[in-house]
Write a protein that binds this ligand. Sequence first.
Ligand code: GTP
Ligand code: MG
Length: 256
Amino acid sequence: MTMSVTLYFVGTAGSGKTRLTNTFQLWMQSQGLKSIIVNLDPGAERLPYAPEVDIRDWIDIKGVMSDYDLGPNGAQIICADMLALKVDEVKSAIEEYETDYVLVDTPGQIELFAYRKSSGVVVDTLGENAAMAFLFDPVLSKTPMGLTSLSMLCGSIQFRFSVPFINALSKIDLLRPEELERILSWSEDSDKLYDALISQPSGMRKEMNIESFRVLEDMGLYRALTPISSETNFGMEDLYNILQQTFMGGEDLDAD
Ligand SMILES: Nc1nc2c(ncn2[C@@H]2O[C@H](COP(=O)(O)OP(=O)(O)OP(=O)(O)O)[C@@H](O)[C@H]2O)c(=O)[nH]1
Ligand SMILES: [Mg+2]
């Protein structure tokens, strides 16, 4: 068996991680590709998929809330830190499956996964062939300032994980065609985003955005976005092809 690829879906709260995890698995199934889903969100209440491996089997957020007398946000932080203690169990549970792809849904609030020490332990432990798909929320990406800020957030997460990143624009069915075209053109051509930033009214925030933009460009964190939609299935094949190019030099896996 080829060594499996682990794809983490990350992004701001509500950016579409959970639904994309489900949609991408269904698309893979339709192509005869083997994948499993790992839910790493202990706070997930309803999931559209039945995960093969589920962190809720080891971490009980309601129990943490009552044991530590915490509200949901405080409990989420404790749960995020507990991830590292359970990672060997999660790994063993994954290894029970013979699969080519491990799709990982991550907690709602991105800072819990991206900035806590335990997630580094998780990514290091769960497998060598790992990548992250960072979902750009379409509403936040509509303005030059919003797109620059999200790109900075994405860039700061890339510092923490030395794995390949796929920057995806999610829920594109919610954008008007001209909005989609504009966001993609900003992401593909840095001069266009720069022009849009400098045409904003002047002020402190404009200066900061231009500086942020330059940092992104200088550090190679400025990237074209891959448009996707879990509503229409748009972009699933592109996502797959990017993974293939990243790990297999573009060759297709044996689909059986
Ligand atoms: N129209 C449309 N809605 C979507 C799409 N993807 C997700 N949604 C909706 O957006 C909302 C949030 O989606 P989720 O998949 O739960 O997002 P998430 O990032 O997992 O959210 P949290 O885990 O709560 O942070 C849900 O109502 C989804 O049905 C999409 O491609 N198109
Ligand atoms: Mg979710």
